[in-house]
Ligand binder design. Sequence first.
Ligand code: NAP
Length: 431
Amino acid sequence: MNSIKVGLCGLGTVGSGVVHLLYHHQEKIMHDTGSAIEIKGVLVSDLSKVRAGVPDGIKLTDQREDILGDDSIDLIVEVMGGVEDAYQLIKGALQKGKHVVTANKDLMAVHGAELLAIANENMCDLRYEASVAGGIPIIRSLTDGLASDKIHKVVGILNGTTNYILTKMVDEGRSFEDVLKEAQELGFAEADPTSDVDGLDAARKVVLLATLAFSMPVELEDVSVKGIRNLSSRDIDYAEQLGYTLKLVGIAARDQERVELSVQPTFIANNHPLASVKNEYNAVYVYGDAVGETMFFGPGAGQLPTATAVVSDVMDVVKNIRLGVTGQSSFLPQYEKRLKPSDEVVSKYYVRLEAKDQTGTFLEITNVFAQNEVSFDKILQLPLVSNEKAEIVMVTHRASEHQLERILNGLEQLDVVEGVSSYYRIEGEGA
Ligand SMILES: NC(=O)c1ccc[n+]([C@@H]2O[C@H](COP(=O)([O-])OP(=O)(O)OC[C@H]3O[C@@H](n4cnc5c(N)ncnc54)[C@H](OP(=O)(O)O)[C@@H]3O)[C@@H](O)[C@H]2O)c1
């Protein structure tokens, strides 16, 4: 039996998991693919590091050319992370006719379209299942399992770190800083948590999901992004009283062939399955015209869950090599990008504001909503903040972003309004 030779680039958390699976699940992998898979070389950055669990005979190098220049290597597994080095490595590998499997969302969100085109030109496969939601096979579900359907919306809890932080803030009433520190100590959060807590990591995944779900070449700059740094415990409490849970969600929605893309803290209705996704878990909720609603849930990161996605991609490529059908990926977008203008991005909203506690205040506030043709679903009865001030919380019926903007401006101009404290999108209450 001929073996397929792999160049493994990166031997950290995910790379070590890949080695583990290729050795420990060897028999099953060989049975399913009809081929042995051999790790021919491993690229790392620091050869002097002591590494446990590396099987005998695996050759380590810190020279990229040792992998790229080895003509016997059929397939590169890129699990180094970072953008520039990984980009050069993957591009070089594809141009030499080597297939690539990567877990790198930072890279794929920015250079994915170009690299997929280079892969097709060179009759190579480029797979990236692990780059979105780690161990959840969501890319495969969109491109295979749901291929016959027309997807119109994808809503996902796509970042384990922020979901962990929000779960602890909501369930235990703890502060953002306190939970972030704990998450860093437990290894769920990076020393520099910016990309997670400011929503950029989730935005990259939204780009990858939307590109596949809608077959449209969307980009990172098309995603409106808001993170979780400035959440107030008051909003978390009101969410609970109103029957919602605050989650950081990525939304990609299509309507009339136009798309909207965002990452933002969102009030999720408690009876929606996404509301019960806790701690570091991820979930992706997919709305299809034919299938209806489906949810994919699981570990969004971690050594073996992520390695499972990587090795399953490797197995797919190996099967394609054996069948002689590599380089025929249908991942390239079919439609031109068309984004929704803000008057077509529609949702229910939660709005909290402080106002003077005097006769007529309420009428003036509701007039601003009425002038913009937006009505209410719920208004919360609130205790007074002080003798002169009151806090007013409203849940609107569906309004466009444009209407909301006009309402917020209108409210700020009222003498009776001290200020709009916060507003959030609401999801999960039906159309
Ligand atoms: N960790 C997860 O749970 C997870 C989940 C989903 C996706 N991912 C993605 O998987 C990738 C790898 O993540 P990880 O957590 O495994 O990272 P990691 O633990 O930091 O490991 C990175 C590995 O790559 C090597 N490396 C880094 N830069 C290199 C370079 N320029 N040249 C050669 N070798 C280089 C490092 O070498 P040394 O060992 O010598 O330092 C290390 O072995 C990232 O793209 C990440 O976003 C990770």
